[in-house]
Design a protein around this ligand. Structure first.
Ligand code: AMP
Ligand code: ZN
Length: 118
């Protein structure tokens, strides 16, 4: 996808601070962190939103979850924990139309996210 920021990061056309990479998944630091640790985990395949995942893509979701376990161990946040957020569509405020999971950690987090709290 030509105009997709995250596809450009995957292609190396936009720099990023990578924290994990394999054949299918890339994870890098969020440019505007909302927590001491804020990593974005994305599939290398361009899929705009979670609602556009097809049944043949569902293996990507397991790969993302597997990579999140590895990333959490690598970053040493597997014991203290983390929060995982996936925005989908306009009401969520999704800005980048390439599926991504926000991995937030490194601090005690407050109550669940709700109206206008991001
Ligand atoms: P969302 O609102 O869920 O679409 O989140 C998009 C996230 O991508 C935001 O937290 C941005 O800070 C982050 N972001 C946008 N451009 C970049 C970039 N070039 N490198 C790293 N993170 C980015
Ligand atoms: Zn993309």
């Amino acid at each position: 996808m030509e105009d997709c920021v995250f596809c450009k990061i995957i292609d190396g056309k936009i720099p990023s601070e990578k924290v994990y990479e394999d054949d299918d998944i890339l994870a890098f630091k969020d440019i505007n962190p909302a927590a001491p640790i804020h990593v974005l985990v994305i599939p290398k395949k361009h899929i705009a939103t979670l609602m556009e995942l097809k049944s043949e893509d569902m293996n990507i979701v397991s790969k993302i979850m597997e990579s999140i376990q590895k990333i959490a161990q690598n970053l040493g946040i597997d014991k203290n924990g983390f929060r995982l957020i996936a925005n989908c569509g306009p009401d969520s405020g999704q800005e980048v139309m390439h599926i991504h999971f926000h991995l937030l950690a490194g601090t005690k987090m407050g109550p669940k996210l709700c109206h206008n709290s991001r």
